[in-house]
Design a protein around this ligand. Structure first.
Ligand code: NAD
Length: 213
């Protein structure tokens, strides 16, 4: 597929939300859903859902709606989460320890398989089911386990240095909790979790007592 033919990134970012909603529907014992009902659950219009899914083929039947299980399988395949994705986590401080213990990744095809820190006091500690390893060994582990995904939870000023090492070792996608924009090659994806910036984007509206348009 040419780069220009690829679905827009905002569509790709909505797919995990569709998948999660479909999983909840299955848990509720619901096996068929209209685009209207699915849209209401994730604050997206029915037309938007149909348009998003049309990038990937024909789903659902007019008047009958979507078969929840089949649509979920399709979306999981599109996202590649029907495969197992091993992830390394770097920075096992306050936040890193919570991430390492979070069960929610595994149910979605993603597994944190190794923890790294550079602090000798942290190396060797057990966190959840894993033992913290020396960051000096990260290259070897990434190569051995063919790891493409990493989570960074180190202080902001350490994040670039850590990202450089991970990328050199073969990592192609990084989720960073560090409040620092990373410089990466074109074929590497970075996404940020930045609760402070998100809260500040809401304080703008709170200060004016008016909702976003
Ligand atoms: N704690 C939170 O609630 C929170 C929320 C949002 C974002 N963040 C961001 O997440 C990051 C981590 O926050 P935290 O509170 O866990 O910090 P922390 O200081 O408790 O932990 C950071 C960890 O990174 C390790 N580290 C430092 N440099 C390293 C390097 N070069 N290689 C490997 N490991 C290294 C440290 O030894 C430490 O264990 C920070 O960038 C912070 O701004 C934290």
């Amino acid at each position: 597929m040419e780069r220009s033919d690829l679905p827009p990134d905002v569509v790709i970012r909505r797919l995990p939300l569709y998948a999660r909603s479909l999983r909840y529907l299955l848990e509720e014992g619901i096996h068929s859903v209209s685009s209207q009902e699915l849209g209401e659950r994730i604050n997206v219009t029915a037309a938007q859902i149909r348009k998003d899914l049309s990038y990937f083929g024909e789903f659902g039947k007019q008047g009958i709606g979507y078969d929840v299980e089949k649509l979920l399988q399709h979306i999981e395949r599109i996202l590649g989460i029907n495969q197992h994705w091993p992830v390394v986590l770097v920075g096992i401080g306050l936040l890193g320890q919570a991430i390492a213990r979070y069960e929610g990744f595994r149910t979605e095809g993603i597994e944190i398989v190794a923890l790294f820190d550079s602090d000798p006091a942290k190396i060797g500690q057990q966190v959840g089911e894993l033992v913290v390893q020396d960051f000096a060994n990260v290259r070897r582990v990434i190569a051995e386990k063919h790891i493409k995904l990493a989570i960074i939870a180190v202080p902001a000023l350490q994040a670039q240095r850590v990202a450089d090492v991970l990328i050199e070792a073969g990592v192609r996608a990084i989720l960073s909790y560090a409040p620092m924009i990373l410089q990466v090659p074109e074929d590497v994806w970075v996404r940020y979790i930045d609760p402070v910036a998100v809260l500040q984007s809401m304080t703008y509206y709170l200060a004016r007592e008016q909702p976003p348009s």
